[in-house]
Design a protein around this ligand. Structure first.
Ligand code: NAD
Ligand code: MG
Length: 396
């Protein structure tokens, strides 16, 4: 292998589900890609193992204590710089040894490093949808200024990306009328809504088709994930809210569709495995092997589609309403959702009360913040405090 010619890749959120899938793809192509930076929050064991295996130049831990522990553990390993805190994540995101950055942190905690990668002009593979929900327009305009190329790896958005012509400046120029995101419906698509009060963390995290981190698994179970993705699609592709539809498709084989004005609809299909969109974005415009089994439509047998059930999944309507209301509301939606999902995962909030906390938070927020980074982050923080107060009312 000729690692001198390999492209450096900084992986933010390396110990997570997206990070692990990315490292799996990279490990299949050692002469083309090298993980030059890895980051995580506080999983010292996970990071130590990854550092020993991938020998990055830089390892960043968001948690300072974890960074110190990692530094001690790696004393025998030459050439790995260990950094800590948000400054460490930002250093990894903008390091000169990486031309590609994978934004794989979960939550708005990933916003600053994602933006740093964009401002440094990197090729940025975006999984971290919360960053786009909180500050999508700012990220997109920063990319236009720096020349950074943004490539979506959320599977639906990567599917849309693959169905769009490479050079079109706007959807209208490309002749696109509608974007359609598919949703599996999650683990509770057919569950009696009356029983949603007793859902356990384990049940909510047991997704029928995808294996993912806990937060996005809960988001999939409430369908807030599709709500966040609706906002992500509008920000990423410059679509209007009314131009994006959601279709429930339980097999998760068609990831998204793009409808053109001439009556053509293009779809991207594949087995539900994040290594496909990751490999697509890593190698774009080339194609590399991802270790994913080819789609077998004969074995699948059928593809089903239905409209989402708004009564069962109120989070979808909350996200649509926030999208209509503007940037402040989408930032607040994200903050409230992170607080509510965190409380559910800690056993402090019933599953069927997640939507109530978010709704109450959104109606308590007033004033539209300026569409500037600090103002949006402040607004999101305010929503987190409102949501925490609301939680107390819903917890019993
Ligand atoms: P995960 O929980 O498996 O991993 C999260 C990673 O982020 C870990 O490496 C963790 O150490 C790091 N992290 C967590 N909190 C942090 C903090 N405060 N500061 C710094 N780092 C922190 O999550 P995931 O499933 O890999 O999801 C990551 C992102 O990708 C999310 O935004 C999710 O919505 C998106 N996404 C994931 C999938 C998937 O299949 N897992 C699919 C589409 C989109
Ligand atoms: Mg998705």
């Amino acid at each position: 292998t000729d690692s001198a010619a390999a492209r450096g890749v900084a992986i933010l959120g390396a110990t997570g589900s997206i990070g692990t899938s990315t490292l799996d793809v990279i490990a299949r192509h050692p002469s083309h890609y090298r993980a030059t930076a890895l980051s995580a929050c506080r999983d010292v064991d996970g990071m130590e193992a990854l550092c020993r295996r991938f020998q990055p130049d830089l390892a960043a831990m968001a948690d300072a204590g974890a960074a110190a522990a990692l530094h001690a553990r790696l004393a025998d390993l030459d050439g790995v710089d260990v950094l800590s805190g948000e400054a460490g994540l930002v250093a990894a995101a903008s390091m000169s040894g990486a031309d590609t950055v994978v934004a794989g942190i979960v939550g708005a905690a990933g916003l600053a490093p994602c933006l740093a990668a964009v401002e440094a002009g990197k090729r940025v593979l975006v999984a971290n949808k919360e960053a786009l929900v909180v500050a999508g327009d700012l990220i997109m305009s920063a990319a236009r200024r720096s020349g950074a190329r943004l490539l979506p790896i959320d599977s639906e958005h990567n599917a849309i990306f693959q169905c769009l012509p490479p050079q079109a400046a706007t959807l209208d120029d490309a002749g696109v009328e509608r974007l359609v995101l598919t949703a599996s419906g999650g683990p509770f698509r057919d569950r009696d809504p009356a029983t949603l009060a007793s859902v356990t963390v384990e049940e909510a995290c047991a997704h029928p088709n995808w294996s993912m981190g806990r937060k996005i698994s809960v988001d999939s179970a409430t369908m807030m994930n599709k709500g966040l993705e609706l906002i992500e699609a509008c920000r990423f592709f410059g679509a209007s809210a009314g131009q994006v539809d959601v279709l429930v498709h339980p097999q998760s084989l068609v990831h998204a569709l793009v409808q053109y004005r001439d009556g053509s609809t293009l779809a991207q299909m594949g087995n539900p495995d994040m290594r496909t969109p990751i490999a697509n974005a890593l190698a774009w415009p080339e194609r590399i092997a991802a270790g994913v089994k080819p789609l077998d439509l004969l074995a699948a047998g059928r593809l089903d589609f239905s409209a989402p059930d708004g009564g069962r999944f109120p989070c979808l309507a909350l996200a649509r309403a926030a999208l209509d209301a503007g940037h402040g509301a989408t930032a607040a939606l994200n903050g409230a959702n992170e607080v509510a999902v965190g409380a559910f995962l800690n056993g402090e909030l019933r599953f069927d009360r997640i939507a109530g906390v978010i709704e109450e938070t959104l109606s308590a927020m007033d004033g539209e913040p300026e569409n500037r980074l600090e103002a949006l982050i402040d607004h999101e923080q305010l929503a987190r405090r409102e949501a925490t107060a609301s939680l107390k009312r819903w917890s019993h």
